[in-house]
Design a binder for this molecule. Structure first.
Ligand SMILES: [Fe+2]
Length: 309
């Protein structure tokens, strides 16, 4: 046998999470970037956040990874957690609230093998899970916006995970318990896969938004946080991330979700912290800004620098 080769039939193992990121998905960001895939055109806007995404892309440009694993609060499945199980997805994604900003022609590849491994791992832990195998399924705009802003080349396959919305039907405690288990299952399946993965939690922080739109939507003289209370919550969460206090974030999640109407209610934030093993290492803040009054942070946990955790 060639030295270093894997004996036939033995699982490769030792896959890893190279980094985890908070990657918010308001469609305004893609609208402001004017990529060719998006039909509406803009005069820019929300630069603070787009520069933040630039810094994130620059930070990970030399990090080698095989696949992006993303959980989006806008693929809402009320019975269990679902995974896209179709290898090639091509269609038009339209934001139902902002069709004037986001009509995006996407063409992406799914790593069905890894999706199924995470599904199987979670199932073995008693979670309610399902592979989504409808070939006409339309990928949600949260997944598309976050992936586009992190990797506009669209040259990596993704694993797309739904949001079970268990906070809505049960409680924030049930949501957290399930997302902590899903995070552990995600990490375990990734390790067994032998693949290097970039994890994205696709969500804003505080999520109280304006109910009227300015003309044009990218008029930045009108953009600000909706209230001081929302600002204080966002700053508190950013401070905890920068200090590496992941467990405290999870502990404070019930108050954060309730008082800041946080988009972490979809579970992505808890899931990613759990998948990374509740990191104590400081996270890197690449940018913060508001979009229609909501608070958005672009944050990276550079796991590749930590060695085995
Ligand atoms: Fe959203």
């Amino acid at each position: 046998m060639i030295e270093g080769a894997e004996p036939f039939g033995i699982t490769m193992g030792k896959g890893s999470i190279v980094a985890g990121c908070l990657a918010p998905h308001p469609p305004h960001l893609v609208y402001a970037e004017n990529p060719e895939q998006n039909e509406p055109k803009s005069e820019g806007g929300w630069e603070q956040l787009r520069w933040g995404y630039e810094r994130l892309r620059d930070s990970i440009k030399d990090v080698d990874y095989d696949v992006i694993v993303i959980l989006s609060p806008h693929w809402q499945t009320y019975v269990g957690t679902h995974f896209i199980g179709v290898e090639h997805c091509k269609s038009k994604s339209v934001d139902p609230v902002f069709p004037n900003l986001f009509r995006f022609n996407y063409d992406l590849q799914i790593d069905v093998e890894l999706a199924r491994s995470i599904h199987d791992e979670a199932k073995s832990k008693g979670m309610s899970v399902k592979m989504m195998e409808n070939p006409d399924f339309r990928v949600d705009y949260g997944t598309i916006v976050s992936c586009h802003m992190v990797r506009p080349e669209w040259d990596k396959p993704i694993v797309s995970i739904s949001s079970n919305r268990s906070l809505s039907y049960y409680s924030v405690e049930v949501m957290q318990e399930m997302m902590i288990e899903l995070g552990k299952s995600t990490a375990k399946a990734i390790e067994k896969s032998g693949k290097k993965c970039l994890l994205l939690a696709s969500n804003s922080l505080s999520h109280r938004h304006f109910v009227t739109e300015t003309n044009p939507p990218e008029d930045m003289s009108k953009e600000h946080i909706t209230s001081h209370a929302m600002h204080l919550w966002d700053m508190r969460m950013i401070d905890l991330m920068k200090q590496g206090k992941s467990q405290q974030i999870v502990n404070e999640m019930p108050e954060f979700c309730e008082q800041a109407i946080a988009e972490a209610d979809g579970g992505a934030f808890t899931w990613i912290l759990s998948a990374m093993g509740m990191p104590k290492q400081p996270a890197t803040l690449h940018g913060y800004g508001t979009i229609i009054g909501t608070g958005n942070a672009i944050v990276e946990w550079p796991c590749y620098k930590w060695g085995d955790v």
